[in-house]
Design a protein around this ligand. Structure first.
Ligand code: SAM
Length: 276
């Protein structure tokens, strides 16, 4: 008998969010592959799970996959968990799952929490169509470029962000998307300091800047869908009027007028004006 590979979601904060099926699976498999075994030991102690844990993380995924596949082929059943939420979602496991499927091994998902879906469900932003892009590039220039490529997406866009960069990333988002878009900041989901704010980007930045404690914790950022036609039109309009305005007046005044005409954020117009 070939063993099965179970992909088990675990809580993203509140331990009560674990499912009965997840506990049962983690108790019944032979080995649990965990991103950080010390972290998972706490979860196991809480739910009295005594299954042996083996380290499986982004640095050893490739090197471990072959021996894991051999174990599965020899009849051992395995579960994969990550530190929080659903494995493979900005977490290790893709290589292992793809190889296991190639070998004809049964991969069984045990669904549960994931920060993306949790945030989307309470954001108040359109949930019929959305894209998730994981973590943004950490370098500013790359991040701005990456965001610019998302500007015309006509669906809710979702990112993960670290507390270190939350304020600068939102500032970049204001520059790229302008202040017309709604943003949802979903912080510390399912935990004591859970905060879900859906507002224009400027107000969310104000909230973050008001208190350093507001910048601590784990974050999901969601941005409302572009009205594709309008936004592209507005950008085209900006491209046409800004050089004309700049020829007649200073960059600051030109940006202010251009923002009024196009509905695009003043800072973004100013940055474009000084590039001319
Ligand atoms: N696999 C996880 C999932 O299914 O959501 C995500 C893992 S990823 C390495 C960790 C990131 O997810 C965090 O930096 C944060 O952006 C987001 N995240 C995880 N837990 C969260 C929570 N409780 N509240 C808000 N964001 C969270």
């Amino acid at each position: 008998m070939i063993g099965k590979l179970f992909i088990v979601a675990t809580p993203i904060g509140n331990l009560n969010d674990i499912t009965y099926r997840a506990i049962e699976t983690l108790k019944n498999v032979d080995i649990v592959l965990a991103e950080d075994t010390r972290h998972s030991k706490k979860l196991f102690a809480h739910f009295e799970i005594s299954t042996p844990l083996k380290a499986f993380h982004e640095h050893n995924e490739r090197e471990k996959t072959e021996s894991i596949i051999s174990e599965l082929n020899s009849g051992i059943s395995l579960a994969l968990i990550s530190d929080a939420g659903t494995p493979l979602i900005s977490d290790p496991g893709y290589f292992l799952v793809s190889q296991a499927k190639k070998e004809g091994i049964e991969v069984v998902p045990i669904p549960g929490p994931s920060a993306i879906i949790t945030a989307l469900s309470a954001s108040g932003l359109a949930s019929n169509s959305f894209s998730f892009f994981g973590f943004l590039p950490s370098k500013k220039i790359a991040r701005i470029k990456y965001l610019q490529n998302k500007i015309a997406l006509n669906e809710t866009i979702i990112f993960y962000e670290s507390p270190k960069r939350i304020l600068t990333t939102l500032t970049d988002m204001l520059e790229v998307f302008g202040n017309e878009r709604k943003v949802c900041l979903a912080k510390e989901l399912t935990k004591s300091f859970e905060t879900i704010r859906t507002d224009i980007i400027e107000n969310v930045i104000e909230y973050l800047a008001a208190d350093l404690a507001h910048q601590k914790g784990e974050f999901v950022i969601l941005i409302s869908s572009a009205d594709k036609i309008d936004l592209v039109d507005a950008q085209n309009q900006l491209g046409k009027i800004l050089p004309i305005l700049c020829a007649e007046m200073g960059a600051s005044k030109a940006a202010k007028l251009a923002a009024k005409i196009t509905g695009i954020d003043k800072k973004h117009c100013y940055n474009k004006a000084i590039e001319l």
